[in-house]
Design a binder for this molecule. Structure first.
Ligand code: 26V
Length: 753
C-alpha cells in the first residue's frame, strides 16, 4: 500500500507535515486507516459467527492497525523524516474503556485472530459511553471518575441499522456504531458492532462522579459498564442492559441471515452465536421469541433451531460471579422473555426430571449458565484445569447429562499486540535470530536452538533493557516516580480481587522490608509494580489498594530501605499501561489461590515477553509449567485439589496460621500505630481482621512457601546466564498461547465456519 504523508498533510491542512502537531498527526493517521478499511470487503462465508460480549477491551487501535495494514514502518520513517516521533503520536489516542479485565481483553484478542485467520465473524456489544471508571489515587485510596473516552475517539462509524427494543411497559430505539477489525496482512475485514441507545443522555452523569440516576432507563442504558460486582441498585439496570444488547443482536442476526438467503428454518447454517460468559445468555429466549412471535414458528421448532446455534464459554467458577437474576427482575424487564424462560425451564424438567442442581429456575432465581448449557450446543472452559474443575465438580451434573457438549479451549493472546506492537526490540531480535515467519505462524520454538548461544542471550538482555527504559519513562511521566536503572522488575497487574491475592504480595513486601531493615541488603534494587482497579462496591479490594499505596509511601520515605526496595501502583491500569509494563518485567506474579483463576492471560503475555513466572498451579499456569519445564518456572502453594478439599470440609482456619509468630508479625504490621497513623485506620484494621480471622482465599496458607520461593527467584536472578536461558525458554515456548491457535480450535470444534 502506497502512502504519502507529506502530500496528505498539504491536502488536508494546507501545511507541511513538519508543521503539524502530534494530535493532528494522530487524527490524520486514524483517518487514513479508516479510509483504507472502509473499502475493504467483509470476510465472506455462508455461516457467520456473532461473538456476543458485554466487554471488548480493545485498547488503542492506531499502532495495531498500521501494523496490520503493513504500513507501520513506512509511516514511522516518513514521520521521522519530517521530525516527528510515531511513538509520541500514538500517545495522543485515547483508549476505549469498554471492559473490566481479562474477559474483555480476551474478546479483543479473539476479534484480532478471527480477522487474521480470515474467518467471517463480528463482535457484538454495547457502546458504553463512560465504559469502566477512570481510576485516580487520592489520599492513598482509589477514587472512581467517569472516563470520557467517547468524546475523544475517532474510530466509531455510524451504521444505518437501528432497532426497537420492547421492554415491559415501554420501548426504546437503538442505533449502531461499527469499528472495523483488520486482520494481520489481510485484505478483508470484520467488524466490532456496538449498539447504543438513541435517547441516551450523557448529562445524567455529574462531572467527576460515577453516581447517576439508575432508574432512568431510557436515558442511562448505555452510560456505564458495570464493575464486576455491581451494587444492588445497579442490578436491575444490568438486566436491562443485557436484554438491550441481545435483543439488538438477535434482530441483527436474523436480518442478516435473511439477507443472505436463509428461510430461518435453516438459521444455524447461516449463524453461530458465541456468548462470552452468561452476560449475553438472554439471546437464547430472545431468538426464540423472534422466531415464534415475529416469524410464526412453532415453539418447539424455534427451540431446536436455537439449540443448534448458541455456544457458551464459562470464565469463572466463583459462585458470586455466576449470574443468577431474580425471575421478578426479568418479568419487569421483559415479561415475554421471562415467560419463555419459564417454558424452557418446564421443558427441561419434563425431559430430565426435577433435579434442583440443574434447574434453570430455582427459588425464584434464573440461573443463566444453566439455561446456556441446556439450550446451547457447546460449553467450554478457558484452560485445561478450569475445564476439568467444571466437568468434575462445579458443573458435574451437566457433564453427566451432556458430556459431548463440553470441551476445553485454553485462552490465548494476539501476538500482534502483545509482542509485535508492544515490544519492537524483542521482535527484531527474533526476526534476526529465527527469521520473520513467527510473525504469521506464532511458532517461536526455533529459539530453543540458541539456548546456549551467549550472543543471542545477550541480545535478549539488551531487548529487556530497552523495554525497561520505555517503562521507566512511562512511569516517570505519569506518576513522577523514578525507577533505578538496575532494578529487578517484579509485576502483578490484574483486577484487584482477594482470590488473586495481591494481599499476599503485600505481605511479602512487609517481610522484605523488615529483612532489609535487619541488614540483608539485596544485590539489586527490587521494584514491585502493581496495577489494577477494584470494583467501587468491593470494600476489601479497596482496602488492599490502600495497603499497597501505604506501603509504597512508607518504604519510599525510609532512607535505609528505599534504595533497595520500591513499590509502585500504576494509576488507572489499562491496556496501554500493560503494553509498557509487561515487556519490561523480569518476574511475572501469578499467585491466585489454586482453582480460582480460570485461566489468566497476563501470564501468557509476560511469558511471551521473556519474564519468568512465579506462580501457583492454577489456570493456564499449569500449561505454562508443562511447556517450559522444571527450572524455567517457579511454582508453589497448595494444590487445587487440596484447596477444594479445604473448602468442602471447612478445614481452613485462618486464625491458626495467623498465630504463627512469623506470619503474625507481617499481618500485625498493617495495624502498627505509626503505620496506621499515615493512612485510613478503618480500612487497615478491617483488612487486618479479615486476614487474621477469615482469609477466605487462604493467603496465610501459602505465604511462607511464597516468601521462600520468591527469595529463590531473586537469588537465581543474580546468575545472569542461567536467568537469560530461562527467559529464552519462556519466549520460545509461548507460541502455544497465540490466540490464533485458540481460534483455530474454536472454529474446528465449535463454530465450523
Ligand atoms: C466477576 C465477579 C462478579 C462478582 C464479584 C466477583 C467477581 C469476580 C470475577 C468476575 C469475573 C468473571 C469473568 C471473568 O472476567 N473471568 C476471567 O476471564 C478471563 C478470560 O477467560 C480469564 O483469563 C480469567 O482467569 C477470568 O477470571
Amino acid at each position: 500500500m502506497k502512502i504519502d504523508l507529506e502530500a496528505r498533510s498539504q491536502e488536508k491542512f494546507g501545511r507541511p507535515l513538519a508543521e503539524l502537531d502530534n494530535p493532528t498527526i494522530c487524527t490524520m493517521l486514524e483517518d487514513l486507516v479508516r479510509e483504507h478499511a472502509a473499502v475493504m470487503p467483509l470476510n465472506d462465508g455462508k455461516r457467520r459467527l456473532y461473538y456476543l460480549s458485554a466487554e471488548f477491551l480493545i485498547g488503542r487501535l492506531l499502532t495495531n492497525n498500521l501494523l496490520e495494514l503493513g504500513i507501520y514502518d513506512d509511516v514511522k520513517s516518513q514521520l521521522a523524516a519530517a521530525g516527528h516521533d510515531l511513538g509520541a503520536v500514538e500517545e495522543c489516542e485515547v483508549e476505549p474503556s469498554l471492559g473490566n479485565g481479562g474477559l474483555g481483553r480476551l474478546a479483543a484478542c479473539f476479534l484480532d485472530s478471527i480477522a487474521t485467520l480470515g474467518l467471517p465473524g463480528d463482535g457484538i456489544g454495547l457502546n458504553w459511553h463512560y465504559g469502566l471508571f477512570h481510576q485516580k489515587f487520592i489520599d492513598l485510596q482509589q477514587a472512581a471518575e467517569p472516563d470520557t473516552w467517547l468524546d475523544r475517539q475517532d474510530w466509531l462509524v455510524k451504521d444505518e441499522k437501528f432497532y426497537t427494543v420492547q421492554f415491559g411497559g415501554f420501548s426504546v430505539k437503538s442505533c449502531l456504531y461499527d469499528i472495523d477489525v483488520l486482520g494481520y496482512q489481510r485484505t478483508t475485514k470484520n467488524r466490532l458492532r456496538l449498539f447504543d441507545l438513541e435517547s441516551v443522555d450523557d448529562s445524567l452523569v455529574p462531572p467527576n462522579s460515577i453516581d447517576f440516576d439508575k432508574t432512568a432507563i431510557k436515558k442511562n442504558l448505555t452510560l456505564f459498564l458495570y464493575p464486576d460486582d455491581s451494587d444492588d441498585a445497579g442490578r436491575l439496570l444490568r438486566v436491562y442492559q443485557e436484554y438491550f444488547m441481545v435483543s439488538n443482536a438477535a434482530q441483527l442476526i436474523i436480518d442478516e441471515a435473511q439477507e443472505r438467503g436463509s428461510n430461518l428454518h435453516d438459521l444455524p447454517d447461516y449463524a453461530v452465536v458465541h456468548i462470552n460468559d452468561t452476560h449475553p445468555s438472554m439471546v437464547i429466549p430472545e431468538l426464540i421469541r423472534l422466531l415464534v412471535d415475529e416469524h410464526s414458528f412453532d415453539f418447539d421448532e424455534a427451540v431446536s433451531i436455537v439449540k443448534n446455534m448458541v455456544a457458551y464459554t464459562n470464565h469463572t467458577i466463583l459462585a458470586e460471579a455466576l449470574e443468577k437474576w431474580p425471575l421478578k427482575s426479568l418479568q419487569t424487564v421483559s415479561p415475554r422473555i421471562a415467560e419463555i424462560i419459564e417454558k424452557l425451564d418446564e421443558l427441561e424438567k419434563k425431559e430430565y426430571g426435577d433435579n434442583p442442581d440443574v434447574a434453570i429456575i430455582r427459588d425464584g432465581a434464573v440461573h443463566m449458565a444453566h439455561m446456556a448449557i441446556h439450550y446451547g450446543f457447546s460449553i467450554n472452559g478457558v484452560a485445561a484445569l478450569h475445564t476439568k474443575i467444571l466437568e468434575d465438580t462445579e458443573l458435574h451434573p451437566f457433564y453427566e447429562m451432556y458430556p459431548e457438549k463440553f470441551s476445553n479451549k485454553t485462552n490465548g493472546i494476539t501476538f500482534r499486540r502483545w509482542i509485535m506492537d508492544c515490544n519492537p526490540a524483542l521482535s527484531s531480535v527474533l526476526d534476526d535470530v529465527i527469521g520473520t515467519d513467527w510473525r504469521t505462524t506464532c511458532d517461536l520454538t526455533g529459539l530453543m536452538a540458541y539456548k546456549d548461544d551467549d550472543s543471542v542471550l545477550q541480545r535478549l538482555d539488551d531487548a529487556k533493557d530497552k523495554a525497561k527504559i520505555s517503562m521507566r519513562d512511562f512511569i516517570w511521566k505519569n506518576q513522577g516516580v523514578h525507577i533505578p536503572e538496575d532494578a529487578i522488575i517484579d509485576v502483578q497487574v490484574k483486577r484487584i480481587h482477594e482470590y488473586k491475592r495481591q494481599q499476599m504480595l503485600a505481605l511479602y513486601i512487609i517481610w522484605k522490608y523488615l529483612d532489609i531493615k535487619n541488614g540483608n541488603i539485596p544485590p539489586h534494587p527490587i521494584t514491585i509494580i502493581f496495577g489494577g482497579k477494584a470494583a467501587p462496591a468491593y470494600t476489601i479490594a479497596q482496602d488492599i489498594i490502600h495497603l499497597i499505596l501505604m506501603l509504597s509511601r512508607w518504604i519510599a520515605a525510609d532512607p535505609v530501605v528505599s534504595p533497595h526496595l520500591q513499590v509502585i501502583m500504576i494509576e488507572n491500569y489499562n491496556v496501554s499501561a500493560a503494553e509498557r509494563v509487561i515487556p519490561a518485567a523480569d518476574i511475572s506474579e501469578q499467585i491466585s489461590l489454586a482453582s480460582k483463576e480460570a485461566s489468566g492471560t497476563s501470564n501468557m503475555k509476560f511469558m511471551l515477553n521473556g519474564a519468568v513466572t512465579l506462580c501457583t498451579l492454577d489456570g493456564a499456569n499449569v500449561e505454562i509449567a508443562d511447556l517450559v519445564g522444571d527450572g524455567n518456572i517457579y511454582t508453589f502453594g497448595t494444590s487445587s485439589k487440596e484447596v477444594e478439599h479445604l473448602y468442602a470440609e471447612n478445614a481452613y482456619h485462618a486464625h491458626d496460621y495467623y498465630e504463627k509468630p512469623g506470619i503474625k508479625l507481617l499481618v500485625d504490621f498493617i495495624t502498627n500505630p505509626s503505620f496506621m497513623a499515615l493512612g485510613n485506620a478503618g480500612r487497615l484494621q478491617r483488612l487486618h481482621d479479615d486476614m487474621a480471622n477469615k482469609d477466605w482465599f487462604m493467603a496465610l496458607l501459602d505465604i511462607e512457601e511464597y516468601i521462600q520461593k520468591k527469595e529463590l527467584v531473586l537469588r537465581d536472578f543474580e546468575d545472569r546466564e542461567s536467568w537469560l536461558k530461562k527467559s529464552l525458554v519462556n519466549i520460545a515456548q509461548a507460541g502455544d498461547f497465540s490466540s490464533d491457535r485458540t481460534i483455530r480450535q474454536y472454529n474446528k470444534d465449535i463454530w465450523h465456519l
